[in-house]
Design a protein around this ligand. Structure first.
Ligand code: FMN
Length: 122
């Protein structure tokens, strides 16, 4: 399963490095096109927003979106990792986890197992 992610300050990039080998991870730009099943990992920015690059990427690349993982910082309370929830709602896919900053070994184990289960059905 491809893991597509956006990262401005590196936390999500460090998380994804623990979740997928180099050949199975893609750092998003506005020009990225994906034509096979992928899990999206997105931070939340600017008071609960989906990052603009992620929103634009999804407008033309939601067909193969299988699931989403939200990242963020718990300091943002009710808005913690809420971009992941927004993507899940907008595109009707499961939110398979929320992770603070770059995550913990426990987060890696949980997410790798959930992505393995998704691989079995996609
Ligand atoms: C201006 C700004 C706004 C943010 N807003 C939120 C937010 O609404 N919810 C949240 O959970 N985290 C928020 N964060 C925290 C980032 O999502 C968090 O630091 C994340 O790990 C950044 O991922 P990245 O390092 O991969 O870019 C915000 C950070 C900044 C700088």
């Amino acid at each position: 399963m491809i893991v597509a992610y956006y990262s401005l300050t590196g936390n999500t990039r460090r998380l994804v490095a623990r979740l997928a080998p180099p050949g199975e991870r893609v750092e998003l730009t506005r020009d990225t096109t994906l034509t096979e099943p992928f899990v999206l990992v997105t931070p939340t920015y600017n008071f609960g927003e989906i990052p603009q690059v992620v929103a634009e990427f999804l407008e033309s690349n939601n067909e193969y979106l299988v699931a989403v993982i939200g990242t963020g910082n718990r300091n943002w309370a009710d808005n913690f990792a809420i971009a992941g929830r927004k993507v899940a709602t907008r595109y009707g896919v499961p939110l398979i986890g929320t992770v603070e900053l770059a995550g913990t070994p426990e987060d890696y184990r949980t997410l790798i197992e959930r992505m393995r289960l998704l691989d079995e059905i996609h």
